[in-house]
Design a protein. Structure first.
Length: 466
C-alpha cells in the first residue's frame, strides 16, 4: 500500500519572525527515504516548500532550485543515512551544509509541524539557532567508512568464534578452557582437524604449539567428548564463515592501505623525521591491519601520535579517521573534550551545581580513548598513576573517563601545536602529587594556627605557601 503523501503547510500569514534573520539565504531540508521536503524563504519562490524524490537526477534538480532561489546555506537533520547523498551533492555544488543533531532541534520550542519539518528547520537556521554537527573532509570520511566497515567485519567474525565455542561445549569438548584462544595457532589446527573428521583426542593433541601453556595431557582430556554430527555441522559452517570474514578483512586492509598512502602522498612533507618507535614490537595483534601505519600517518599529520602512552598505530589511525587532522574545527581543547563527551556536563541553577555527569554518547573517537585509558592502569607511566589514584578514590568508571580526557587533550595539542610528549613516569607523578597534598595541608594548618611535622625528619612545616 502506497503511504499517504504529506502536503506542505502554507506559510504563516502572521508576518516575519521577531528574531533577526542573521542568515536570510537559509533553507531547510527534511530528509526521508523516498522523498525530501525542502523549504526556502517565502519571498524567494511562489511555492517555497517543495518535495523531491531521492533519485540522483531529482537531487541535482533540488540543488538547481536552491541556487535559483539564492540559497547559500542549508540545514538538515542527521537522521539515519538518508541525508548522505543529498549532503554530498550540495557540498560539491558549493552550498554551506549544516548537519543538525535531531535532539537539538527538538529541544528548541516553537511551532513545529509533523507534516513538514523543513519549514521549522529553515526558520531556526535563518535566525542562527542551529549548530552543525562535525563531519570531516571527504577524504577522511572515506577513510572512516573503510575503518567502520572493518570494525563490523571484526565483530561479525567474533560472533562466529563464539558459536564455534558453543558447538565445542555442546559436544563436551572443553578446548576453550585449556587454551586462551581457539583461533590461535593451536586452536585452529585442532578445530580444522575436527571438521576434517578426526575425533581421536590423542591425535588432536599432537597439534599443540610449543608456546601453548597447556600440556598434551590436558588437551587430550579436554578433547574427550561426544562428537555428535549435528554439532560438528554447526562447527564446520561457523569455521567456514570465520575464514570468509578473515579474507574480507584482508581485502579491506588492502583498500585501507591504498587510501592512507594516497592521503600521505597528497599531504605536505613533514617538518621532522619519524622518531623511533617506543617499543620494539615485531608482531601485530590479531585484529590489527598487517601493514605499516606509522610512516604514512606521520607523513599525513607531520606528528607521531604513537608517542602518547597507550596510543598504538592502529588506535591512531582510528582516531584520525573520526576526528580528521584539522584541529581548528574546535577553538580550544575544552571544545574538543566537550565534543567527545569526556568533559563534565555541568548543570547549574541558582548558583548551585545540580549535576556534573558526562553526557551519554556513542562517539567512536571517545571509545578509542577510553579503551586506551583502560590499558594505562597497568603501566608505570604518569597517566597510569593518575588513573590508579582516581580509581581508588572515585571508582574505575570515572577514572577511565578522566584519563581519556587527559589523553584527548594530549591528542589535541599534538595535532594542533606539534607537542612532543615525554612521559615523566609514575614515580615523578606520585612525587608531584605528594607535594601538592603537602602544600594544601600547610595552607590549612596556617589558617588554623597549627603546624605540620614531618615524622620522617622531625622537621616542622609551618606557614602557608605563597
Amino acid at each position: 500500500m502506497k503511504p499517504p503523501q504529506r502536503r506542505p503547510r502554507k506559510p504563516s500569514a502572521s508576518g516575519p519572525s521577531l528574531l533577526e534573520r542573521i542568515q536570510p539565504n537559509a533553507a531547510g531540508i527534511d530528509c526521508g527515504s523516498a522523498e525530501h521536503y525542502v523549504a526556502v524563504p517565502a519571498d524567494r519562490d511562489a511555492t517555497p516548500v517543495r518535495s523531491f524524490p531521492t533519485v540522483t537526477a531529482e537531487l541535482h534538480r533540488l540543488a538547481d532550485w536552491l541556487a535559483a532561489c539564492g540559497v547559500t546555506t542549508v540545514a538538515m537533520e542527521s537522521t539515519g543515512v538518508y541525508w548522505i547523498p543529498v549532503y554530498e551533492i550540495l557540498e560539491d555544488r558549493g552550498f554551506d551544509v549544516v548537519l543538525v543533531n535531531a535532539h537539538h532541534v527538538k529541544n528548541v520550542p516553537g511551532r513545529k509541524s509533523d507534516v513538514v519539518d523543513c519549514q521549522w528547520l529553515q526558520e531556526l537556521h535563518s535566525v542562527g539557532l542551529l549548530r552543525g554537527s562535525f563531519r570531516p573532509t571527504a577524504a577522511i570520511a572515506a577513510l572512516r567508512a573503510y575503518l567502520r566497515h572493518r570494525e563490523t567485519l571484526v565483530q561479525s567474525a567474533a560472533t562466529h568464534v563464539q558459536r564455534m565455542q558453543k558447538a565445542l561445549v555442546q559436544m563436551n569438548l572443553q578446548l576453550p578452557t585449556v587454551i586462551s584462544d581457539i583461533t590461535g595457532v593451536t586452536g585452529l589446527r585442532i578445530v580444522r582437524d575436527i571438521v576434517a573428521g578426526q575425533t581421536d583426542p590423542h591425535a588432536l593433541a599432537q597439534h599443540r604449539d610449543g608456546r601453548c601453556r597447556a600440556s598434551e595431557a590436558e588437551i587430550t582430556a579436554a578433547l574427550t567428548g561426544h562428537y555428535r554430527p549435528e554439532h560438528l555441522f554447526v562447527l564446520q559452517q561457523n569455521l567456514e564463515l570465520f575464514d570468509t570474514y578473515q579474507r574480507q578483512m584482508a581485502a579491506c586492509d588492502a583498500a585501507i592501505e591504498a587510501h592512507v598512502l594516497t592521503l600521505a602522498v597528497q599531504a605536505p612533507a613533514a617538518a621532522s623525521p619519524l622518531p623511533a618507535p617506543r617499543t620494539r614490537k615485531t608482531s601485530y595483534d590479531k585484529n590489527e591491519p598487517r601493514f605499516d601505519i606509522r610512516t604514512p600517518l606521520h607523513q599525513l599529520t607531520g606528528v607521531d601520535l604513537t608517542q602518547l602512552d597507550a596510543i598504538g598505530p592502529y588506535s591512531a589511525l582510528r582516531l584520525l579517521a573520526e576526528i580528521g587532522t584539522d584541529m581548528s574545527r574546535w577553538p580550544t581543547e575544552k571544545h574538543f573534550t566537550s565534543w567527545l563527551t569526556l568533559a563534565p556536563h555541568n548543570k547549574i541553577s541558582g548558583g548551585r551545581l545540580l549535576s556534573s555527569k558526562t553526557q551519554p554518547s556513542a562517539n567512536r573517537a571517545a571509545g578509542v580513548l577510553r579503551m586506551a585509558a583502560m590499558t594505562l592502569g597497568r603501566t608505570e607511566t604518569a597517566l597510569g598513576a593518575f588513573y590508579r589514584r582516581l580509581a581508588y578514590r572515585v571508582g574505575k568508571a570515572k577514572a577511565i573517563t578522566a584519563t581519556a580526557r587527559k589523553l584527548a587533550i594530549l591528542v589535541y595539542r599534538t595535532l594542533k601545536d606539534g607537542l612532543v610528549y615525554h612521559d615523566p613516569g609514575a614515580a615523578a607523578y606520585d612525587a608531584q602529587h605528594r607535594q601538592r597534598v603537602i602544600r594544601r595541608l600547610r595552607q590549612r594548618a596556617a589558617n588554623l594556627g597549627l603546624a605540620l611535622v614531618d615524622r620522617s625528619t622531625g622537621e616542622v612545616l609551618e606557614g602557608a605557601v605563597s
